[in-house]
Design a protein around this ligand. Sequence first.
Ligand code: PMP
Length: 365
Amino acid sequence: DVPDYILAIAPYQAGKPIDELAREFGLEPAGIVKLASNENPLGMPESARQAMAAAAASLGRYPDPNGFELKSALAARYGVPASWITLGNGSNDLLEIASLALLAPGRASVYSQYAFAVYRLATQARGARHIVVPARDHGHDLEAMFQAIDDDTRLVFIANPNNPTGTFLPAGEIADFLARVRDRHGDRVTVLLDEAYNEYLDPELRFDSARWVEQYSNLIVSRTFSKAYGLAGLRVGFAIAQPRLTDLMNRVRQPFNVNSLAQAAAIAALGDTAFLQRSYEINKAGKAALVEAFTRLGLRFVPSYGNFVLVHVGDAARINLELLKRGVIVRPVAGDGLPEWLRVSIGLPEENQRFVQALTDILSP
Ligand code: PMP
């Protein structure tokens, strides 16, 4: 008697691991380029590696259950009290923690078509209803999302920038949405602003969403160390919210949800502004190179504010297979309702070049 809502879940489709492709196609792992999971092509920062080595001495003990040092460092960086921060095993964990705290059968979440796949999964796992709002230009239609909020709605997910489409909502539009939701629904409806790709935004587009939490008691801002900070394998993210929401999330999270190595590495990475800047710059240059290649090949793409680009290739299943044969792993997004598109993460210059060359060969034999 497994609940129907659990049976209805389609598992998350992650990018194909390099070793799996190597086995399937008889390729050398070293020759494979993986541009499928929006990982940082620079790998992890050396500063984090050293911090982990030091922390490894204490692995016989449980991690700090409250992440005191990491929260203190985050509080100093973002200008919010440490008590407003919740740590997560990746920011996916925070999406689930928020869903666990706020959703239940009979309740609903609102999110956009083509928004991050985990919003659906986290909602379904709670037996809650999901209200999927049609996208506008592949991005969030905030007006339609506002209108879609019904009496059962308790949580609204917004990804900014969004994955897999790379679209972005400017500060003014989000602030306006937050104010309208609060004025209409008070604290009954929580908005979770998922900013996993925030650090890739050009400086003039960044805004201080962490400080908005002071103004909006119904706001949770989530960020991650998986992308620009280069720590995807360690699984660490954080959320900022006022004490009412932070307390609710703290009730349902696992007691030791962020391990000791991850806490130590995240503190180091947070202080490594040189690494962050390099990540931003290599991404910006790589994005320009991909956009230039797509334009040359006559392919449509969605202008991206993240570390990946969504490109229209038509027969995406075939193109994806041809790319795999050539040792290039990208991300098919048919499961997200985009069967004619592929999502390509931005890699090192030579990785981007390998992808562009393979795609050019496939499209113009
Ligand atoms: N939000 C968005 C929009 C994402 O694209 C991702 C990563 N795919 C996440 C959250 C979760 O990342 P992580 O759990 O590694 O922090």
